[in-house]
Design a protein around this ligand. Structure first.
Ligand code: UVW
Length: 321
């Protein structure tokens, strides 16, 4: 069990934290996404009622709002490499057939926008998802990179639990915690059943707040609000067979704990249970539509970019109500 006053992830989680290692074979790289079988896909399709479509990605490379990133990372930089200006300035020879074109490139962290984490993105005790050695991450993720998630795709029934709306705020404040009890109470107040194998979307309003404030304000006293570690929460994810946690924060959970512990749910859910993490989704418009007709279930679909060996990859998930 967990050690009181823990200062490491191993102490906090204890030696009996549940795992799904080996459940889908020793070489599995997509973990709890295996729960999204054909029946789960059809349950998602059955949740579509009105046909409204919501894209959940935040913009990449918006010069007005540099992409929000975990401190220490830098926002994406899009560079224009070719456009009409090159012809106007005589820097590009005129093609004989009259065609002109535009080209550009992006330099960015693979974790630097709305993104899927690879299951081997975060670990403790020298082992990543499914018990593979942490040395498999050296140079590139040889096991459980984002590529197998990208190749598989993610489709299922999504449910949105709108904690910010339930609290009557635009966004939770830094360091505010969401417990399992609150998550289930909000679901109940919404009249939403979180069924086994549902893709869980939790709204804090946090990323939406980035676009309404200054960078200084957003990054001040950095401690993202979100789900807080408890053994009950981990057991609930385990028994409810949640395949995918989707939130509107940069790292999907409360950032920091006493004792210097950072992001323990990355370890308890992603590394141990194989729950896929989708981070930095813009959920505000979807939430408004859900609140308008009090229907928080939908078809959720996503496929991150296929980047070999990467610890994450950008994605533009789609929710269809
Ligand atoms: C960190 O790794 C700090 O967070 P994320 O999962 O958002 O990349």
């Amino acid at each position: 069990m967990s050690t009181p006053n823990a200062t490491t992830i191993a102490e906090l989680l204890g030696s009996d934290s549940p795992t799904n290692w080996g459940k889908w074979g020793t070489d599995d790289e997509v973990g709890s996404l295996n729960y999204l079988d054909a029946a789960a896909v059809l349950r998602g399709v059955a949740a579509v009622a009105t046909g409204e479509v919501f894209t959940l990605q935040i913009p990449i490379g918006d010069p007005e709002h540099p992409d929000p990133v975990w401190p220490g990372r830098t926002p994406a930089v899009r560079t224009q490499l070719m456009d009409e200006g090159f012809f106007i300035r005589g820097e590009e020879p005129e093609p004989s057939d009259g065609h002109h074109w535009a080209d550009d490139k992006i330099e960015m962290y693979t974790q630097g926008s709305t993104q899927y984490d690879a299951l081997a993105h975060y670990w403790y005790d020298g082992k990543v998802w499914n018990g593979k050695p942490a040395e498999t991450t050296v140079g590139a993720l040889q096991h459980a990179s984002v590529l197998p998630i990208a190749e598989r795709g993610v489709v299922g029934r999504g449910v949105l639990i709108d904690v910010a709306r339930a609290r009557g705020v635009d966004a939770l404040a830094p360091g505010e915690q969401i417990t399992l009890d609150e998550l289930l109470a909000v679901a109940s107040a919404q009249g939403t059943t979180i069924a086994p194998r549902d893709i869980l979307l939790v709204r804090t309003g946090w990323i939406g707040s980035y676009y309404r404030t200054t960078s200084d304000e957003f990054y001040r006293d950095w401690n993202e609000p979100g789900l807080v570690y408890s053994r009950d929460l981990v057991d609930w994810f385990h028994t409810t067979e949640i395949p995918n946690l989707v939130t509107d924060t940069i790292a999907n959970e409360l950032s920091f704990y006493p004792g210097g512990i950072q992001l323990p749910l990355h370890c308890a859910l992603m590394r141990n249970l194989g729950v896929a993490f989708t981070e930095m989704c813009q959920l505000d418009d979807l939430a408004a539509a859900c609140a308008a007709d009090r229907r928080w279930e939908f078809l959720y679909t996503a496929a991150p970019l296929k980047i070999t060996g990467a610890s994450g990859a950008p994605v533009n998930p789609i929710a269809i109500r």
